[in-house]
Design a protein around this ligand. Structure first.
Ligand code: ADP
Length: 446
């Protein structure tokens, strides 16, 4: 069986949905979005921090001074200058436009916070401060449905169809049935590879046995399909591990918990690092602690200020103590050591003492009373490497030439984050480049 489309978009995460909506609004209406799973949203559903963006109207309204150049600089610095400057600049320059575009779709991200590695408050979250993915995905799905764009669930893309070097369609298996979808353009928005142990260890043997925060469909299909038609894959060994993953449930404890004041202590009850440093450094420091884990410790204020924590509590991963001593005994840490750690931390925030680990952000003294802890260790989080693209989202071959008819956006692409992604930059990446690829393809096929 065959069907004909102008464009086929593979993946219903933030990138794929945005691509489809943007293409449709530019007049490209004979399109379809494919999703191999039974649920929409991919890893975007789990996106907890927010969307970094600079020079936005919401920042201006709130008196926050920022610049696209500074955002780009801090993104490149965060990735230790291994990111692609052209793509990073494009992303940052177009971030405010993407915030406005989402707002026009009814997705308002005006609650602005800080993430590790950024010096300016530019992480845009939903108004009520809740996890961004849970607003973004339903909002984009509703916008796609409003436009009548078909979403094909349980439809797995298997192989690109190429003719004379140009991509002309895609072979799929829909509810177990093989089909060929002819298309003038295919957009890969298939996300990462974190749930594919074999692929993870192919590129990073040292990550064998790590838990993953990824959804089960994040199996790297897009890399394989693109590679098979000559696409270049870049920085594939750059797989980000996240420092605060609860290991029994693979629950990611959002960075905002630390940003809101939480500390990390080791099995001996001592802090060991600047909790607000970049993910690679915090993960590495954690692995050097006894047992290779940490307790994320916080008070009632932190609990109440972050909506995600009640969810963690419901999932059974939060240990609750009446006070510091009670918490210490429950997590089997020396109560005197934990008390001394908290006293020293409170001194940074209340007495103006300098933190011995250099933490300067999100230092908020713990109040007396209930104390909480979540046991965390690093987990596989994000594929930073991937398909090489240019700023028009064209997929490039090893010589840097575009493969006609093939485009990619989102986590499946590589080169933006370099060897360390800043929290809040994945959503910026998928939104800026998702919207962009839709517009580019619509213009190319017009
Ligand atoms: P991004 O953040 O880049 O948008 P996500 O992980 O949020 O990435 O979304 C990618 C989506 O693509 C997921 O829902 C995933 O299940 C889907 N997907 C991955 N591989 C395929 C495939 N071969 N066919 C169809 N859908 C796929």
């Amino acid at each position: 069986e065959t069907e004909d489309f102008d464009a086929v978009i593979v993946g219903t995460g933030g990138a794929g949905l945005s691509a489809a909506i943007a293409a449709y609004d530019q007049g490209l209406t004979n399109i379809v979005i494919l999703e191999k799973m039974a649920v929409t949203g991919g890893n975007t559903n789990y996106s907890s921090s927010g969307m970094n963006a600079s020079e936005t109207k919401f920042q201006k309204e709130q008196g926050i001074e920022d610049s696209n150049a500074l955002f780009a600089q801090e993104t490149l610095d965060g990735g230790h200058n291994t990111g692609d400057e052209e793509l990073v600049t494009f992303m940052c320059d177009n971030s405010a436009g993407a915030i406005d575009w989402l707002d026009s779709l009814g997705i308002k991200l005006d609650n602005i916070t800080l993430t590790g590695g950024m010096s300016v408050t530019r992480c845009h979250r939903p108004t009520d401060g809740s996890a961004v993915g849970l607003t973004l995905v339903p909002g984009l799905v509703a916008a796609a449905e409003e436009r009548g764009i078909p979403l094909r669930m349980n439809c797995e893309a298997k192989e690109l169809v190429v003719n004379d070097g140009a991509v002309e369609g895609i072979k799929v298996e829909e509810k177990g049935k093989p089909k060929t979808l002819n298309a003038r353009a295919v957009i890969l928005a298939t996300g990462g590879l974190g749930a594919n142990q074999e692929m993870v260890t192919k590129y990073r043997p040292d990550l064998a046995g790590y838990v993953t925060t990824n959804q089960p469909g994040a199996t790297g299909d897009g890399y394989l399909m693109a590679e098979a038609v000559g696409a270049e894959l870049v920085q594939m060994d750059q797989i980000q591990i996240h420092p605060t993953v609860e290991q029994e449930t693979s629950t990611l404890v959002a960075e905002g918990v630390r940003g809101g004041g939480a500390i990390l202590v080791n099995a001996e009850g001592n802090r060991f690092f600047d909790e607000m440093s970049t993910r690679d450094k915090v993960s590495a420091a954690e692995q050097e602690q006894p047992g290779g884990f940490a307790w994320c410790v916080f008070d009632q204020q932190v609990y109440d200020n972050n909506k995600a924590i009640a969810k963690y509590d419901k999932a059974g991963i939060v240990v609750t103590g009446d006070d510091i001593a009670d918490l210490a005994s429950q997590i089997e840490v020396d109560p005197a050591a934990l008390q001394a750690t908290v006293d020293a931390y409170n001194a940074i925030t209340t007495d103006g003492a300098t933190d011995e680990f250099g933490r300067t952000e999100g230092c908020i003294a713990f109040a007396p009373g209930a104390m909480y802890a979540i046991k965390v260790a690093p987990g596989i989080h994000h594929a930073m490497g991937g398909i090489r693209i240019n700023a028009s989202n064209q997929v490039l071959d090893a010589d840097g030439n575009p493969i006609p008819g093939l485009y990619a956006a989102g986590e499946v692409t590589g080169g933006i984050h370099g060897n360390n992604r800043i929290g809040g930059n994945a959503v910026c990446d998928i939104e800026v480049f998702g919207k962009n690829v839709g517009e580019v393809v619509a213009a190319a096929l017009a």
